[in-house]
Structures are given as C-alpha cells and as structure tokens.
Write a protein that binds this ligand. Structure first.
Ligand SMILES: Nc1ncnc2c1ncn2[C@@H]1O[C@H](COP(=O)(O)OP(=O)(O)OP(=O)(O)O)[C@@H](O)[C@H]1O
Ligand SMILES: [Mg+2]
Length: 577
C-alpha cells in the first residue's frame, strides 16, 4: 500500500481530475440504474392497462424521466472518461518526470546498480503498466462496487426469493473468475518480465549495431531476439487464451440467471419487474467482471510498480553535505591512505592504500596496465565515487566537504568512456560553460587541436552531432571532449586516456597547448604511451591498485623496472613502425 501511495503521489496537480473521475463514474452508474425501474413501470402499466385509454401524462412523465436519466448518465460517463484520461495522462507524465529527475541525482555507484536498458524500460513500459492499472482503478474501483451494491438492494426490494438466484450465481462467477486469474496471472507476469528482456536485447543491439555488423553477428542477434520475442508472445498468448474463458463463463452465468429469474419469477412478480431483475443481474455480473479486471491489472502491474518504486526510493550515495565548502582554493590533490572497491563483498581492494600528493599547477602522468585502477584513482578526485577508507583532498579540503557542483566545476574530467550528445558542436561545447563566447570556444578548440576539422565542416561550429557522436571520428570526438573540458576553466583537468585515438603528433600539440595557455591548472594525464607523459613533473606508475613507482621521466628511467620495460617496449614498437 505504501508503494502504491508513493507512486500515486505523482498525480500531483492533476488530483482534482483523479477525484472527480470516480465521482462521475459512480454518478453515471447510479443514474443508469434508475432506468430499469422506469421501464419496468411502463411495462407493468401497459400490461395492466386492459381496456382503459393510455394516460398520456403518465407516459410523457416516464418518458421524460427516461430521457433525463439517460442524458445525465451519459454526461457523467463522458465527463468521467474525460477527467480519467486527464488524470492518467498527467499521472504518467509526472511519474516519468520524477523518475528522470531521480536518475539525475544518481551517483556512479547508483548507476552501476541498474543497466541503462532497465532504466529506460522502467521509465517507459513500467510506467505504462502502472498507468493502465491507475486509470482502470480510478474509473472502476468505486463504480463497480456501487453498481453491485445498488443493484442488489434494488433487486431485494422487488423480491427476496429471487435474490436466491443471485446468491447462487455470484459465488459461481467469483470462483470461475478467480480460477481464470489464478491460471492467467503467472503467464502475464512472466510476459511482463520478458518485455524487459526483449527491450534489453533491442537496446543493446541498436547501441552496438556497428559492432554487430563488423562481426557479422546479425543472424545470431536475430536468433537471440526471436527467442526472447517468441517467449514473450507465448506467455501473452497463453494468458490471453485463459482469459478468453471469461466471456463464455459470463454468458453462461448471465443466461442461467435470466432463465432462473424468468422461471421462478413468472408467477411471483409483474413482468415489468422481471425485466428489472434481469437488468440488475446483468449489471451485477458485469460489475463483478470489471472488478476482477481491475484486480488483474493491479496484480500484473505489481512488478512494474516495484521496479519504479525501487528507482524512486534509491538513495543517492553521493550528495553535497550541509554547510558545504563553496570554493576550491587551488588545484592541489592529495590522497591519504585511500582504499576503495566497487563491490563491498569482494575481498580485493581496487585501490590499495594510495598515498599521493600533487601540487597545484603540476602536470602528472599516470601509467599502468589495463585494469590497474587508473580510471578508479582519478574518479575519486571529482568524487564520482567515494573512498571506502582514507581521504581525498582537493585544494586542501576533503572532497566530501565540497558542494558537488563547485567541486565538479573545479575538477574537469574527460572520461575514458566519453560521450557527445545530439545537437550542434557548439551546443556540446557549451556543456563546459553555458555562456561561453565564440572566442572562448575557439580558443578551447585551438588548444584541443579541434579547430581545423571543425572549420573544415560545412556548418563549422553549428554542424550537427548525431546521438552519441556517431558522425565524428574517434579522435575528433576525443578532441571535442577535451575542448569541452577546457572550456570549464577548471583548476584541475583530468584526461583519462583521452588521446588514445589521436596520433602522437596531435597528442604532443595538445599537451604543448595546455602547457602554454593553461599554465596554472593542474593536469593529470592518464596514458598508455610513455611519450604522452614523459615531460610531466611527476609520473605515477600503478599496478594492481597500488602506486609502485613515482618520479620524473629521468628518475624513473633509472629506478623503475616497470617504467624501463614500458620505455623499451614502446621504443621498439616505434622503431618497427
Ligand atoms: N563500475 C565498476 N564496477 C565494478 N568494477 C569495476 C568498475 N569499473 C572498474 N571496475 C574494476 O576495477 C578494476 C580497475 O578498473 P579501472 O577501470 O580503474 O582500470 P584502468 O586502469 O582504468 O584500466 P584501463 O587502462 O583499461 O582503462 C578492474 O578490475 C575493473 O574490472
Ligand atoms: Mg581506465
């Protein structure tokens, strides 16, 4: 119930619609249920008329009532449907909005918990399911019980004996409907889960379509999709086949009730009242069926509700503290006995007792084999993850004490898995600084060696970037990402393997540009090639989550075995080229 209420809070300012809908739906039902009585009056009157002339005043009166009730009930129905669709459209929009905002507060470790396809499914398919059950509920949840109770009372006033028919028919129908749901639910539930899987396959395939093609994996991907999609189809088909039994069950119940009412009622009540009883019984049975459908939707959408609830109640692991420090004094960085691991259960630390001091304005290179924890190390500086033990200081202050925005403005990271967004080049660059002038943008691009290829594009800085930056080369994308990071005018600039796709000459030009134009900022360069870091003030060598060596190029050449190996093997490679 708590979960339902948490989700239904998303009705927000549309609450008047959500309240009016059930009211009007109940109104529609009550008004509609006035009609059988009136028709019964007319039938009974006509039957007992005998030879007398028709009392036209009475007939007109009854006809007028019929028209009034029909029109009023119709109006209520239309308004109920209208308000209902407003409420559910508003609810779904608000819920998506809440989810989207919530995901924006996620830290990297929150994001690690969910796959991106799962988050997308939660925002689309799951919201749809929850919305369907919401809109069914607000329409039917009071309407059906009202019809049920009202029709039962009305019927009992006509004949207590005939009520027996209901007492037999209702339990049979309830048992039948329950059985149908018991068998159909697991199928629908499994089907809904499969939707998740199918979405995952589709999303992964579409995202990685280039890799799929280059490995000619299309056939395998199609098979994978077919397998999941067929399972999805089977579950829903089975579920729907079982639900098909509702219709014959309803028909049998309805005809049996009609038959019994006519047989038993013929000598006990007026024929108008027989008509009335039959109509009430229809209403009662349909109301029961509707209720069972609401119930079905509630149950089928339960996993969706839970998945949405899980995201909404996820606690962001990284937040700005109260009384946060609002200024980063300088670009110094210090690691004090830092330990870190992604998975708390794993025994091995990803960073093991890191101690490191970087002075403001220094250029520091980080070398290490793949998986040696270079990315992890630099992630802690911008507080993308929190240390497990020990402290990371930026500008002499613990990163946990800063306002997150202030810290991340001062620490600009070009992530290894960088990303551009659909929009123009200039839009993408302005992520770094919203109000950057064209001159500032041009200067950043000059340093990042991006100007020449941008200028060569037909629309220059206004050229469009496709989703994910698919229409620029790997090296161009890296240079745009570096320009974007420079534009931020940070105190610390971290390039995580950000020049892996640019040639050595451009790599050197970018470094020279940074040295010349961005003297004061601390530069931390994670690289594969020793050449990218050889003129750094300090080179750190990481292995297996530990700093094994630290010094200048010359010092390391003398003292570090690992550095010598890197140096020689890369020089050999270069001489073979
Ligand atoms: N988000 C994550 N969740 C769980 N484990 C992770 C995550 N990111 C990295 N790891 C693990 O942490 C270790 C260090 O990874 P990291 O990305 O820091 O290495 P790296 O030195 O940057 O490697 P590369 O040179 O390939 O970029 C690896 O064993 C990796 O599998
Ligand atoms: Mg890395």
């Amino acid at each position: 119930m708590k979960k339902i209420m948490t989700l239904y809070k998303s009705v927000g300012k549309y609450w008047p619609f959500a309240v009016l809908t059930p009211l009007f739906m109940v109104g529609e039902a009550i008004l509609e249920l006035q009609i059988p009585g009136r028709i019964s009056n007319i039938i009974t009157y006509l039957q007992n008329l005998g030879e007398q002339p028709i009392d036209s005043a009475f007939m007109w009166g009854e006809a007028l009532w019929l028209i009034v009730f029909s029109l009023a009930s119709m109006a209520c129905g239309v308004l109920g449907a209208l308000f209902g669709s407003r409420a559910s459209a508003g609810f779904s929009a608000n819920l998506k909005n809440r989810l989207f905002r919530k995901v924006q507060t996620f830290s990297f470790s929150n994001i690690d918990k969910y796959s991106s396809s799962s988050l997308i499914t939660r925002m689309n398919t799951d919201v749809q399911w929850v919305n369907m059950s919401f809109s069914m509920s607000i329409r039917m949840i009071f309407r059906s019980p009202t019809i049920f109770a009202y029709a039962l009372i009305k019927a009992s006033r006509i004949s207590k004996d005939l009520m027996l028919v209901y007492l037999i028919a209702i339990p049979i129908l309830v048992v039948g409907l329950t059985l149908i749901h018991v068998f159909a639910h697991p199928q629908f539930e499994a089907g809904v889960k499969k939707v998740d899987k199918v979405n995952e396959v589709v999303e992964e395939n579409v995202r990685g379509v280039r890799v799929v093609k280059s490995f000619t994996r299309e056939e395998d991907e199609i098979k994978k999709f077919d397998r999941e999609n067929n399972l999805l189809y089977k579950y829903f088909k089975r579920g729907q086949t079982i639900v098909q039994f509702t219709s014959p069950l309803m028909m049998i119940a309805i005809y049996t009730v009609i038959l019994l009412i006519v047989i038993i009622g013929v000598n006990r009540i007026e024929s108008g009242q027989i008509y009335e009883m039959v109509t009430y019984s229809l209403n009662i049975l349909i109301a029961l069926n509707m209720l069972s459908m609401v119930f079905t939707f509630m149950v089928i959408s339960k996993p969706s509700r839970e998945r949405i609830y899980e995201v909404l109640t996820e606690v962001p692991t990284i937040k700005s503290p109260e009384n946060a420090v609002e200024e980063v004094k300088d670009g110094s960085v210090e690691f004090k006995n830092v330990f870190f691991k992604y998975n708390l259960e794993s025994e091995k630390y990803v960073l093991n007792n890191i101690n490191l001091k970087i002075n403001s304005g220094e250029t520091v290179g980080i070398l290490g084999t793949t998986g040696s924890s270079k990315t992890t190390l630099i992630s802690l500086i911008a507080r993308l993850y929190d240390t497990l033990d020990g402290d990371v200081l930026v500008g002499g202050v613990n990163v946990k004490d800063y306002d997150l925005e202030v810290l991340r403005d001062a620490v600009s990271v070009v992530l290894q898995k960088n990303q551009l967004f659909s929009g123009s080049i200039i839009d993408n660059l302005r992520w770094g600084k919203e109000d950057a002038t064209l001159d500032e943008i041009k200067e950043a691009c000059k340093i990042a060696q991006a100007s020449s290829f941008i200028e060569a594009m037909p629309n220059k800085y206004e050229s469009k970037i496709e989703q994910g930056g698919s229409n620029v080369s790997g090296g161009q994308k890296q240079r745009l990402c570096i320009a974007r990071a420079i534009l931020k005018d940070p105190k610390i600039l971290i390039l995580d393997d950000s020049m892996s796709a640019v040639d050595t000459k451009t790599d050197a030009l970018i470094r020279a540009g940074l040295k010349e134009y961005k003297k004061d900022i601390t530069k931390i360069i994670v690289a594969q090639r020793y050449m990218s870091v050889q003129d750094a003030d300090k080179i750190i060598i990481i292995d297996n989550g530990e700093i094994i060596d630290c010094g200048t190029h010359e010092e390391l050449l003398k003292s570090s075995k690992t550095y010598q190996e890197i140096y020689h093997s890369q020089n050999q490679e270069a001489s073979h080229e």
